[in-house]
Design a protein around this ligand. Structure first.
Ligand code: HEC
Length: 196
């Protein structure tokens, strides 16, 4: 690799300056993106004692039989940002983590979905790392998951997060989850509010 033996002091200095500037930039995004297993550890910690997402409560009704009941939790960063309600937040800070526990009609946990904010991860889609797990941590989906993103993009004004209690029309739910049975409780709630 014939490296030049003599470098003038001035060139050497330029080289050092570039290294100092570039190394932190290159490391910042990659370092903060936990892999699926590391992210699941954070998810599990939230499951076992995380605060409820402001405005939500235990055993909310999801749209389908696979999320007949849901529990939304958030870490301290996200809770702090949403103190006055998710509807008031236009951008969530770095490190915000949300989880949605999906239970069946017998209150048996079926899946957990998660979204973690990592600036620079996916700028076009508001930088959320999306993931879905079975209760034991078995991975279902992870990363820039288009099926998650394209629905959550409907909540663009609140940074791709839905305020608790948001009810999408059944046609929208069917479009994203074809063939999945819709919860009768969800239908009833929609009907009570004059939509379907
Ligand atoms: C058909 C639209 C749709 C799809 C597809 C979808 N979600 Fe959601 N998601 C919602 C709605 C609506 C809510 C709010 C109501 C609730 O909590 O049940 C929500 C809530 C959440 C929450 C709690 C935070 C919040 O925004 O309220 C997380 C975390 C989440 N989803 C992650 C995911 C992940 C990860 C995927 C893909 C594996 C996904 N979602 C796919 C519609 C969708």
């Amino acid at each position: 690799m014939g490296a030049p033996m003599s470098i003038s002091p001035k060139k050497k200095q330029v080289g050092v300056v570039c290294a100092v500037l570039l190394i932190p930039l290159a490391a910042s995004s990659a370092d903060k993106v936990p892999g699926p297993a590391a992210l699941f550890k954070q998810v599990r910690a939230l499951e076992q004692g995380g605060a409820l997402l402001p405005g939500s409560h235990l055993w909310m009704h999801g749209s389908r039989m696979v999320d007949y009941y849901t529990i939304d939790r958030a870490n301290a960063i996200a809770v702090q940002a949403a103190t006055h309600g998710v509807a008031r937040v236009t951008r969530f800070p770095a490190g915000s983590l949300y989880i949605k526990e999906n239970y069946d009609i017998h209150k048996v946990l079926k899946t957990v979905t998660a979204m973690l904010k990592v600036p620079g991860y996916d700028a076009a889609d508001r930088d959320w790392v999306m993931a879905a797990y079975k209760p034991d941590g078995h991975l279902i989906a992870y990363g820039r998951v288009q099926s998650c993103i394209s629905c959550h993009a409907l909540a663009a004004s609140t940074d791709f997060t839905f305020a608790p209690g948001t009810r999408l029309p059944i046609t929208t739910v069917r479009q994203f989850f074809p063939g999945q049975p819709i919860s009768p409780a969800y239908r009833a709630a929609l009907a009570a509010h004059g939509s379907s």
